[in-house]
Design a protein around this ligand. Structure first.
Ligand SMILES: Nc1ncnc2c1ncn2[C@@H]1O[C@H](COP(=O)(O)OP(=O)(O)OP(=O)(O)O)[C@@H](O)[C@H]1O
Length: 451
């Protein structure tokens, strides 16, 4: 027999039950009063009795309904609390409190929603580490904008992961099977930028021995990522604007424009609005690019992501390396002007120095937490170990400091020479044999430096 189910909303059932009880009370009271009065009897007592009965009935109904509604919720909460993912979610040190069931459920549901959104972010964006609220906001923005064709402007300090985000937008877009072409506008000499972007014909300028397609053409059908757009010269900005508006590019020395179908993602660590005000960036291009903007927060504004990032970077090194809790605390306290890139570099060099495969405060670069004044020296692009190494190790005795100094100096020399021992020895002003002994003494793994 066919299973017939009637779906009636609780929004209807519950009000109907209580309205029914109210109507029943009126009918019973009315009938009792009329019947007793017609017999010239006092209706007070029977009406009171019926009323008490109906109140008890309403109470029972109310309790049953609440039980019917709350029991599954309680069951859900009990089962969910036993799930590993919920248990392992860090419990806040001072958890918010609620005095009643509904308040407690609401708090729990909020917690579950937060855990689910973290799990979703991990699945959707496996390459991007970040579970802070701000990073989850960024993930939401990516999910929204990726499938659309809108131009995206990503802003944020150096090393915050702008290129990573741009790639992720491409990977989640309809153009994912087409090329993603990136060009760093700041890294290319002014005279070459236009030919890099638009390509050139043979003989267009001295040295143009053969024709070459530009990045626009290479990105046809896919995504073109213009990194450091704020560093683009004004003349080139005008040409890029024309190319974007006409969906066509003309190679340097070419006669006819060539149609291209490109989605643009741009990034900058400059304040483009200020640059527009100062006349250093074209207003029309700014509005054309700033259709959807994503602001990447600096690492110091999302310190809770640091342990996860550290874990990922150490894992990527392919060695079993752990980090002591003191060292982790120092990482979390640092301001990271070079952001994630600087953190990554710091961990790479600390891993080289690690004793017994453990990163301790002594193996972290000087710039991390110990020498606030030298922070401005590090722009995050160079290895942090290449900064000053003559700082004392807080609290360590002289022998340990000398040992640490020696180890750092050797590691620096090996880093600078790509692990070529004869060159590193010359850098340090010692014999190659002496360097070899010291490398053994400090258990430095020379293969870590080979390029
Ligand atoms: N959230 C993140 N998760 C994992 N790795 C990250 C994250 N953010 C940045 N990185 C890593 O940090 C490095 C710098 O990232 P990226 O080049 O994307 O930064 P950027 O903001 O484009 O820097 P710049 O402005 O200097 O070009 C890369 O190695 C990248 O993989």
């Amino acid at each position: 027999m066919k299973d017939i189910r009637i779906n009636i909303s609780l929004y209807v059932i519950i009000p109907v039950i209580f309205a029914g009880i109210a109507i029943l009370s009126i009918i019973v009271t009315y009938n009792t009063t009329v019947s007793y009065l017609s017999k010239s009897m006092d209706p007070q007592r029977p009406v009171f009795l019926w009323g008490t009965l109906l109140i008890a009935f309403t109470l029972v109904c109310g309790v049953l309904i609440v039980k019917f509604l709350i029991d599954p919720v309680k069951q859900f909460v009990r089962k969910t609390k036993n799930l590993g993912v919920v248990k392992s979610a860090a419990a806040p040190t001072d958890p918010p409190k609620a005095n009643d069931d509904m308040g407690r459920f609401t708090l729990f549901f909020d917690q579950v929603t937060e855990i689910l959104s973290k799990v979703e972010a991990r699945q959707l964006f496996p390459d991007i580490i970040g579970q802070s609220k701000t990073m989850r906001g960024v993930f939401n923005q990516i999910v929204k904008v990726a499938p659309r064709e809108s131009t995206v402007l990503i802003t944020g300090e150096t090393g915050t992961g702008k290129e990573l985000i741009a790639r992720s937008i491409h990977q989640h877009s309809k153009r994912q099977d087409k090329p993603f072409i990136a060009i760093n506008c700041a890294a290319i000499p002014e005279g070459l930028l236009e030919s890099e972007l638009f390509g050139h014909e043979k003989g267009a300028f001295t040295g143009a021995n053969r024709k070459k397609p530009g990045k626009f053409e290479m990105a046809d059908g896919g995504t073109l990522f213009l990194d450091e757009i704020g560093d683009m010269p004004l003349d080139t900005q005008a040409k890029v604007l024309r190319a974007i508006e006409e969906n066509a590019v003309q190679r340097v020395g070419g006669l006819h424009p060539k149609p291209v179908n490109v989605r643009f993602i741009t990034a900058t660590n400059h304040d483009l609005e200020k640059m527009v005000e100062a006349g250093r960036f074209r207003k029309d291009l700014f509005y054309r690019l700033n259709v959807f903007s994503i602001m990447l927060p600096p690492l110091r504004h999302r310190r809770e992501d640091i342990p996860l990032l550290a874990e990922r970077f150490l894992h990527q090194m392919g060695r079993e390396i752990v980090i002591s809790s003191e060292a982790l605390q120092m990482l979390m306290a640092n301001d990271w002007p070079g952001n994630v890139r600087e953190l990554k570099n710091a961990l790479e060099s600390a891993a080289v120095l690690a004793v017994d495969d453990t990163i301790s405060p002594a193996t972290l670069p000087i710039s991390v937490g110990r020498d606030r004044n030298s922070r401005h020296l590090s722009n995050g692009r160079e290895g942090p170990l290449l900064s000053t190494i003559d700082e004392p190790d807080d609290g360590a005795d002289l022998d340990t400091r000398i040992k640490n100094y020696e180890r750092r100096a050797i590691v620096n020399a090996l880093l600078e020479t790509g692990g070529v021992q004869i060159k590193a020895a010359a850098h340090l002003g010692i014999k190659e044999r002496s360097l070899w002994h010291r490398i053994k003494k400090h258990s430095i793994n020379i293969s870590d430096f080979k390029q």
